[in-house]
Structure formats: C-alpha cells, structure tokens
Design a protein around this ligand. Structure first.
Ligand code: IVH
Length: 695
C-alpha cells in the first residue's frame, strides 16, 4: 500500500524524533565511555545505535549535521589547512629542572604580588602531545586550531571532531555563548603500541614516539585517517570567555568537566609549595605506571585574579612553570655490537645490551647509527653505558661510564666484509646539505640480507602491496632458497609454499592469489618497488609521469634523467646504472614474461615548472646567486609561494649562509632544509655564472 502524503510527513517526523533521540543517547554513551571511563552499555549496543543513526541520516540527508556523533568518522578532505588568529595568544611555559628552580619561582610570585602567605597552586601532569584550542559557540564546537606560533594556528576542526573525548555539543546550559578551551591532544601508550604494530604489519614506517604519532595524526588532510588514530584530548585551561565563570583555575576545570570535557584526574589544588613538591615526587615515582607519557608537571597559581596581576612576559606567563622530569635513563652493559645489513646494503652497528628496564620498557638493543657515532662516543664491547628513552621508543646509548672500564673492553671494528654474505664492503662519504657521514655498504646485489629487505620493500603497501607477504615470510622465502630475486615471486606455486614452516594449504593458496592480484600495477608503484637507490615514492612518481612507460625510461641517457626537475645528478646516476646493469634488466624482463602488466601513467602537463605547486617555502640567510626578490620569482615560477615565517605547512626552508633562527624552527618541526644548489636542482635550472653572483 502506498503512503499518503500525510503518512509520509508523520513518518518523517517520527524518523526525525528518533534521529534526535539517537544522537542524544550516542553523545551520552560516548561521554560515559571516552571521558568518564564508565560505560553503561556494551560496544555492540553502541554500534547498533550508531548504525541506525547512520541509516536514518542516509535516508534523510536533510537531517545531517556536523554535531552528529556520525560526524566522527571524519569524511571531509582538505587541500590545505587554513590559518586562524587566536583571540588570545596561546602561550608557552618556562621550564624548571630542579627543586631550587621551583622554590625560586614561588619566591618570584610572592615578591611580585607582595604577598608573604602561602599561595595556592594547582599541579598538573605535563602531557606530551600537542596544544590545541577549541571554540564553542552556543554550546557547539565550531572551530579547532593548533597552537602554531602562539598567535596564528592552523584550522583542524574536521580532524578534532573525530576525537571521541572532544564533546561536539556541551552539556548544561551553563556554557557561555562563546567559550574557548585549550588542552593537549595525545596518544596513550597502549594505543601507540597498537598503532605501530599495525603499521609494522602494513610495512609502513613506525612513529618514533607517541608525540610524533599524535602530531602526524593531526596533520592529516583526510580526516578519516585521523579518525582511525587513537587520539585523546585533555583540557587544561581556557582562552577567551564571553561570560565570567569563576575566580579559581581549579574550579574552572571542575566546571569544564561538568560541561563534558575530559580533565586529567591527577590535577589537584595544593595549599602551599610543600604540597606541590611532594606531589612532584609522587608523580615522578608513578610516572611509568601511567597509561600516557608525561614529561613533567605544570604548576599554576590557582587564583585567576592573581594570574591577571602577574601577567605575562614575552611568550610565557609569570603565573605558571613547567617542572621537567629528568630523561629516563638506566645503565647497562654492552654484550656485543652486531652489524645489520639494510635494503641498500648499508651496514649499521647495533648495540646488544644486557636487558634493562628504562621507564617500564625493557631495552635489549639500541642502534648506534654508523661507525663514526661509535667512534665519537667511543663505545666498546663490555662497556657500561647510559641508555636513555626520552619519550622515544627507540632507545639510544647516551655515553659510556668510563669509570667502570676495566681495561678488558674491546673496541669496535666495522667489518671489511658483509656479515650476511661475506662480500667485500665499500666505503663512501655521503655529503648532504647539513650532514656528512661515511656509509659502509655491501655491494653484492645478491646479498641475502639485502634481498630480504628488498622483498619486504617490493611487497609493501606503497609498492606491489602483496597481502600476506610480510617480514617473517620474506626471511623464510630467502632462507629456503625459493626467492633469489623479487622476480621469483611471480613463479611461486602453492605446492612450494606449503613446504615452508607454519604455512598451511589455505595460506599458501591465499598468498598465490594475492600475488596474482598484484600483477597489474601502475608504473609509479612498479618503479618504486624495484628499490632503486634514492628512488622514493615521490621520485618514482615524477619519473613515471615524465616518461609514461618503462621502455622509454630504461633507454634514457643519464643527462636526460638529470634534466628533470626534482631529480638531480646523484639520483639520475643511480637510475641510469640500475637499468644499465644486465642483471636488473633480466629481472625486469622476467617479471614481464611472468605476466606483470605495467599500467602507464598520464604524462605530466609541463615537464618542469610545477615542482612547488601549492607549496610554501621560506628563505633564510644570504644567498649567493640571487637576491631575495629573484629567488622569490624563481620559486613562484615553479608554482610555489614564499612565506616569511616557518610553520607546519612550510614545505622547504632554503638556507643560505649565516641562517637565522628559522633554521632552528624548521629543524624542530622536521621541515626539509635545502641549500641554494638543491633549490636550483629541484626547479631544474642551473646557477648563473660566478661572475654574475649577487651578494
Ligand atoms: S598550560 C600558559 N598545562 O606544554 C599556559 N600546558 O610549553 C600554557 N602542556 O604548549 C599551557 N600539559 O602543549 C599547560 N597541564 C598543562 C599542560 C600543558 C601539557 C603543554 C602545552 C603547551 C606546553 C607549554
């Protein structure tokens, strides 16, 4: 029977009421689970309600709303982050490193306020993540931004909406018309381990520490990626408020808690400095048991009127200080120094340590990076050493405890032959813009250690993406002799695979099917998968778009390769010699014979000129070949723009002689730093004659 118009209206009305009810309930359960750690219903029940809401919003798109709990899946996709000016600057904190520093802080506060009596302070764990500001208008989350340089930040609203501990709508009518709150976005230790484990399985690079993981997750233009990361946000303060709330910081946090924000449960007011000092000790002792990383404690004058009288000096308030914990260190003994062989044959020394607990994590090995690092720190076998985990999961050897030397320590010697295949090794000094180091490399292309790494790379997500071919299987396939090169992958049969340890009939069949599925591959991913030295994803992309197909690329003279914007002589030489090598040509040929089909790519519209499309570059120091204006024009001609200050959206810092503070800022943010010649190389032009050098 067809619905009468009246029926369908009332049906829609009922559907709308149901939508509103589901939203309210889902918000409530979300808060119970993610903010209060006190769920009332099972995950399955929550999922069922979410599904129902999703289906209602699908049927009636007019019901959709940015405040809906369904908005947390993060569907929006940006081209770039916009910037926004904070209504009130987001300050940073002065650091203290000792009890004495804190006693002096307390004296300064009293002297400034001309008070002799005890000051009430709140003490808060200093979470190690990123500062974010949230703006609520009429109780609704309308904007979220990063701290940026303190005055201007980047708008990351879509990403923040995906974080479950961030309320999209505030409880209580008590919220002021405009409310700005500030807090820390971070990832808990467990979530971090799970995330890295998943990345390892997918052959993706691991995050060095929870802070980097949180930063990387917030900097996603695709909010659905952020949604998949276990981010948490704690609130620790306010920005602009359109109405007065309270005179006490602690009371403010309590009110924010009742509006639905997550406040760290360890925050407490302390009646005097002694209590603060006791709390620091307590926090330090329990630090490794906490579910998240903290790097210190923040102490704040509780009375907001006193905060106001104390005011700020340049970028930090006089009313607060961060008391840093010492880095987590431990001493242990170097049992031996192993040498690992990487994909490109580089030999890396690794210290094998007597297992020791460093801040709750057992450490038994630490990379020593290269031979020079071992020499510089003079690390010898049997030495007692300090190891440190400064928030990082990858521990490092800080220094040798020389007083513990007995004279029986054995200096390390880099082997002259490859520990995996016995071939002679090559020594090469690598000069990059700011580093110069000696790489010791095994040059045997058939070295099993390199082969294992090569297979891992070949099968990885961004190359051939062979489901099920991870690290362990790559090792097994090489050790059993089934693979002598990655081309052999396409000849593997289920019968051969079944012979391997822990490989059942079903898994063998699945792997063969997965390999078969990868036979059709876009040219850029094919090139990247070959593992040519210096050819990362980006270079592979440039090459694929420039030459379109393998035949043309393989037959290019080295000059033609070096001529492409973004390639340069070193990379060109590496590509050229790869394809000159008859062994490599054979391997490629065999893959094609075994049914690998390379899908050609659309050629780039212009061959040069767009390398910096949409990118922002910053200049610092004295350039030799150009004036600033000329350099700016050049960058603009390649599609980029020049900006005056470093921010997270800076693509490159071009550093000339005597660079300014921008260099340090860029280093801190991990921004690519290039010199003038690299800039020219990227743009694909050569430097003018020295006679025309401009100062
Ligand atoms: S208060 C003026 N409280 O530490 C107040 N900051 O260098 C400024 N942080 O950027 C911040 N936990 O990212 C404050 N409980 C806490 C904090 C905290 C972590 C971070 C924050 C800030 C940095 C200060």
């Amino acid at each position: 029977m067809e619905n009468s118009p009246l029926d369908s209206t009332s049906e829609m009305d009922a559907a709308y009421q149901r939508t509103l009810w589901l939203r309210r309930e889902l918000h409530r359960h979300n808060h119970l689970y993610h903010v209060l750690d006190n769920p009332e219903i099972s995950d399955a029940e929550y999922d069922r309600m979410m599904q129902e809401l999703l289906s209602l919003e699908n049927t009636y798109p007019q019901f959709q709303s940015a405040d809906s709990p369904t908005a947390r899946v993060g569907s929006s996709m940006l081209d770039a982050f916009e910037s926004t000016q904070h209504s009130l600057p987001m300050l940073s904190l002065d650091n203290a490193f000792s009890e004495q520093d804190i006693i002096e802080f307390d004296s300064r506060v009293k002297k400034y306020l001309q008070i002799q009596s005890d000051i009430v302070y709140t003490a808060e764990p200093k979470l190690d993540g990123l500062a974010v500001e949230l703006v609520y208008e009429e109780g609704k989350l309308t904007m979220a931004s990063t701290r940026g340089d303190g005055l201007t930040g980047e708008v990351i609203t879509a990403n923040i909406r995906t974080i479950r501990s961030v309320p999209l709508l505030l409880h209580a009518d008590a919220a002021p018309a405009r409310l700005e709150v500030r807090g820390e976005v971070f990832i808990e230790k467990k979530g971090f381990q799970r995330l890295n484990h998943m990345r390892m399985m997918e052959n993706q690079p691991l995050f060095a520490n929870p802070r980097n993981a949180a930063a990387g997750s917030l900097r996603q233009l695709d909010a659905s990626v952020t949604a998949s990361r276990p981010l948490v946000m704690n609130i620790y303060g306010v920005g602009y408020l359109s109405e007065f709330i309270t005179h006490s910081h602690w009371d403010m946090l309590c009110r924010l808690k009742s509006m639905g924000f997550k406040i760290n449960p360890l925050i407490r007011p302390h009646l005097n400095l002694h209590q603060v000092l006791d709390f620091y000790r307590e926090l330090g002792e329990n630090r490794s048991q906490l579910p998240y990383e903290i790097d210190g404690m923040v102490i704040k004058v509780d009375d907001l009127r006193l905060q106001e009288s104390l005011g700020i000096k340049s970028r930090s308030p006089r009313w607060a200080i961060a008391w840093k914990f010492p880095a987590i260190q431990a001493t242990t003994r170097v049992i031996s120094i192993d040498v690992q062989v990487g994909r490109t044959g580089v030999l890396t020394p690794v210290a094998i340590l007597e297992p020791v607990s460093v801040g709750g994590v057992t450490v038994s090995r630490a990379t020593l990076h290269n031979e020079e690092e071992v020499e510089r720190k003079d690390i010898r076998i049997s030495d007692t050493v300090f190891v440190e985990r400064a928030g990082d999961v990858i521990p490092k050897v800080v220094k040798v405890v020389t007083e513990k030397r007995t004279g029986n320590e054995i200096p390390f010697q880099m082997p002259t032959t490859c520990p995996a295949c016995g071939s002679l090794v090559n020594r090469l000094r690598l000069e990059a813009s700011d580093v110069s180091e000696v790489a010791v490399r095994c040059v045997n292309t058939r070295c099993p250690a390199q082969l294992k790494e090569n297979i891992r790379h070949f099968a990885s997500k961004t190359a051939f993406d062979i489901d099920g071919l991870g690290s362990r299987l790559a090792d097994q396939l090489v050790e059993s002799g089934l693979l002598k090169s990655y081309a052999d992958i396409f000849q593997l049969t289920a019968e051969q695979l079944e012979q391997l340890d822990r490989m059942g009939k079903k898994s063998a069949k699945n792997l063969v099917a997965a390999i078969s599925k990868c036979r059709q591959i876009p040219f850029n991913r094919f090139l990247y998968g070959l593992g040519i030295r210096h050819v990362g994803e980006n270079t592979a992309d440039i090459l694929a778009r420039k030459w379109g197909n393998l035949d043309t690329l393989m037959n290019q003279p080295v000059e033609a390769l070096a001529d492409i914007a973004g390639i340069g002589p070193v990379i060109a030489e590496s590509i050229y010699s790869f394809f000159q090598n008859s062994g490599n040509r054979d391997v490629v040929q065999r893959m094609l014979e075994d049914g690998v089909q390379i899908l050609s790519m659309p050629l780039s519209e212009t061959e040069t000129g767009n390398i910096f499309n949409g990118k922002s570059l910053v200049l610092t120091g004295t350039l030799h070949h150009f004036t600033r204006t000329q350099a700016k024009k050049l960058i603009e001609s390649a599609g980029g723009k020049v900006s005056g200050s470093i921010s997270r959206s800076t693509a490159y810092l071009v550093a000339g002689d005597a660079p300014g503070s921008k260099l340090e800022a860029a280093r801190k943010l991990g921004i690519d730093i290039i010199d003038e010649s690299r800039l020219l190389e990227l743009i694909g032009v050569s430097a003018p004659d020295d006679s025309s050098t401009l100062q």
